[in-house]
Write a protein that binds this ligand. Structure first.
Ligand code: DOR
Length: 436
């Protein structure tokens, strides 16, 4: 257990940014500001000119392990997280086999404990008939429902099955909201689609809004905590303004920054579910973040190989990798005047900790876990495919120069990323949810 004093950083805390010292003692933030006179740190980090933020909690990633590890695995995905300033990820159940039983969930937790350099948690996936598993699951942030199908076979779109899940389980629920019937009807009209841009015509605004309304209706009637994943349209954002406090929502950097005009330049690299929409939708999502309608920014990191992505539409799979760049994309957005650094911390650190009831994470406070990230707001770096740590080895932001990067990441008091290198021997821990 080592003691680290981070001195002279601009520390981003809920009530503002203050230059003060932060002491990490073992896996805990021991002090912020005033230090005991007898403190003897093993290391003193002079962080002059840098900002210290809580480690990012990414509440939506797909790491493909088990079953699709040619795209990513728990180790490579976690290494990419560390370099991107993400100290905790929550992973989705659409692996092979899918995480739809307590046994599969526990197996994933065991694999992650052996392989991951950052902290981790795993959702349990809903099927039309795994209610007992959903009722028995404990070591999980919650239940993931694919109300519309995406990558993999998970889908629950029959009303009766959805009613049962919301009525008879107690874990929080999150959902992929795209209406299956609308998507299928749109696809039929376009004969399945013949170019990447058809993806946004098939997975259109209506599909997103219908499914989000339907899921929120279920959650409100059954008084169930519910999180809308990857909101992509202005209409959903407007609808979410009038929902109750039990409803939370998330936006992803790709829906904030890409739009249908990008298909021409990037083709299948911006093909994802939900699809990208218009520049007006991007602007509406930013507004919804700024006014608190959407509380979380997460990546939906969904790696596929370049070869898979180069298939013609509709064989090309949906999804893009983002964990290494999401924080930098948001810090770059601070420079562009879209948001403040405090808002980035609220959406990427405090917000997910609050939504998923993760104790002692998401803030820099004495007694909190020593998951912290030093950020250089002035550093400019160009995203390059060949430098990506994700196993798929590409980024849709290749060639873009971003200003503002994480330069050092601690996970439970241990340096996992510094000087451009990830220490692959560090191990994160299983995250605990709903602890008092
Ligand atoms: O584009 C997507 N890809 N959206 C999802 O929700 C799933 C993901 C995947 O797993 O490939």
């Amino acid at each position: 257990m080592s003691v680290t004093l981070i001195s002279n950083a601009q520390v981003v805390r809920p009530d503002g940014i203050v230059q003060e010292d932060v002491l990490l003692d073992g896996d805990t933030i021991a002090a912020v500001g005033d230090m005991a006179p007898d403190v003897r740190p093993d290391e003193i980090v002079d962080a002059s000119g840098l900002y210290l933020i809580p480690g990012v909690i990414d509440d939506q990633v797909h790491f493909r392990d088990p079953g699709l590890t040619h795209k990513e695995d728990l180790h490579t995905g976690s290494v990419a997280c560390a370099a991107g300033g993400i100290t905790t990820f929550l992973e989705m159940p659409n692996t092979r086999p899918p995480t739809i039983t307590v046994a599969a969930l526990h197996e994933k937790l065991q694999r992650a404990a052996e392989r991951c350099v950052v902290n981790f948690g795993f959702y349990i996936g809903a099927t039309p008939d795994n209610l007992t598993e959903l009722q028995q699951a404990e070591r999980t942030p919650g239940i993931k429902i694919f109300i519309g199908s995406s990558t993999g076979s998970l889908l629950v779109d029959e009303q009766e099955a959805l009613e049962r899940i919301f009525a008879e389980t107690r874990l929080p629920v999150c959902a992929h909201c795209e209406d299956e019937a609308t998507v299928r009807a749109n696809a039929a009209k376009l004969n399945g689609g013949s170019c990447y841009a058809d993806h946004s015509r098939i997975r259109d605004h209506r599909a997103a809004l219908i499914a989000t309304r339907r899921a929120v209706d279920l959650a409100e009637r059954h008084e169930h905590p519910f999180h809308v994943l990857h909101v992509s349209t202005a209409q959903e954002a407007e609808f979410l303004r009038s929902t109750s406090d039990r409803i939370s929502a998330e936006a992803c950097p790709h829906h904030l920054l890409f739009h249908t005009g990008d298909y021409e330049r990037l083709g299948s690299l911006v093909q994802m579910n939900p699809s990208v929409k218009t520049p007006q939708d991007c602007a509406a999502l930013w507004d919804a973040l700024r006014d608190g309608t959407i509380q979380v920014v997460a990546t939906d990191h969904a790696p596929h190989t370049k070869q898979e992505k180069s298939l013609p539409y509709p064989q090309s799979p949906s999804g893009l990798p983002a964990v290494e760049n999401s924080l930098a994309l948001m810090l770059n957005s601070v420079h562009q005047g879209r948001c403040t650094l405090e808002q980035v911390v609220s959406w990427m650190c405090e917000g997910p900790a609050r939504v998923w009831q993760i104790a002692r994470k998401g803030r820099i406070e004495p007694g909190y876990d020593a998951d912290v990230v030093l950020v250089d707001l002035e550093q400019e770096r160009t995203v390059r495919n060949e430098q990506q740590r994700t196993k798929c080895g590409w980024s849709p932001w290749h060639g873009e120069t971003l200003k503002g990067w994480p330069v050092r990441t601690w996970v439970l008091g241990r340096t996992v990323f510094a000087d451009g290198r990830v220490d692959e021997t560090v191990r994160g821990k299983e995250v605990r949810f709903r602890q008092s």
